[in-house]
Design a binder for this molecule. Structure first.
Ligand SMILES: Cc1ncc(COP(=O)(O)O)c(C=O)c1O
Length: 263
């Protein structure tokens, strides 16, 4: 057992869940064996707390490091931003430069606001869709963070999030009044989706889903959803927060023992 496992044992006595992210728990990979912490990472290589070197063939920082660890160009830009003061009373001009770029790529968008995390941006998107449509129900597929709007799916009978995220999630602290406002459907199950729309069509504010994750769309699934939502003036929200993840692994980081690893 290396220094990493010893530190992880200590962490579990002080940090609920042991790590800040479920997907980084050593138990997801090799219980009692996983290096758990890194001292350095570069390209696809990782060094643990004992200086042992590995090649990361798991999921490269939960899909965030699509360019590899400690990419020189990214690091130089970050270092120069720090040297010039990364926080100030005035605004960072980069927010305008990036907005221009994003609108160039997505001319349909009309404007850009930034959020600090994926779950936060999804909660904002859902609130905006509800405000815009003056309706409350959401149809969703997949995982989109852990805010009240999302976890409320488990206020209804059964274990709605079991197929979408994890089983047995208790929606403790989520207002009971949100029951029935977030309804799940499965990817590529167009008939199930149509039935849900049929039953709720006067009340649906938005459909929330990832365009692609574990599976590719079949039989024009996305086009069919777009057609239905467009016809009924339902906002269609595509969550591409971990789109890079698909690129890295071709799969979900939420499934334990997914077969990736550190070699
Ligand atoms: C598709 C998707 N949406 C939203 C989130 C939540 O993002 P965050 O953890 O940054 O709040 C995740 C996180 O894994 C995700 O995979």
């Amino acid at each position: 057992m290396g220094t990493g496992q010893t530190l992880y044992k200590k962490a579990k006595t002080m940090i609920p869940g042991g790590t800040q992210l479920l997907s980084k728990r050593p138990e997801m990979f090799a219980p009692g064996q996983w290096p758990a912490y890194y001292s350095k990472a570069k390209g696809c290589r990782v060094w643990d707390l004992d200086g042992k070197e590995y090649i990361d063939v798991s999921y490269m920082g939960i899909g965030a490091n699509v360019l590899g660890y400690a990419d020189d160009a990214v690091d130089e830009a970050a270092k120069s931003a720090i040297t010039n003061g990364s926080m100030c009373t005035l605004n960072a001009p980069e927010e305008v430069y990036l907005t221009e770029k994003l609108l160039e790529i997505h001319p349909w968008a009309g404007g850009v606001r930034y959020a600090k995390a994926g779950g936060e941006s999804m909660a904002l998107a859902v609130r905006i869709a509800r405000a815009f449509t003056k309706k409350e129900k959401i149809l969703f597929c997949g995982y989109h963070g852990w805010h009240d709007w999302y976890l409320s799916a488990n206020l209804s009978e059964g274990d709605a999030l079991a197929d979408q995220h994890l089983s047995g999630l208790e929606p403790l602290g989520v207002p009971k009044g949100l029951a029935g406002t977030n309804l799940p459907f499965h990817y590529n199950a167009i008939e199930e989706f149509k039935e849900l729309v049929e039953k709720n069509h006067d009340d649906i504010a938005a459909v929330v889903m990832e365009p692609v994750r574990n599976d590719y769309p079949e039989n024009g699934f996305l086009e069919k959803i777009r057609k239905i939502t467009e016809k009924l003036n339902i906002v269609l929200i595509f969550d591409e927060i971990t789109a890079g993840f698909r690129l890295c692994t071709g799969g979900s980081h939420l499934a334990p023992n997914m077969g990736g690893g550190i070699a």
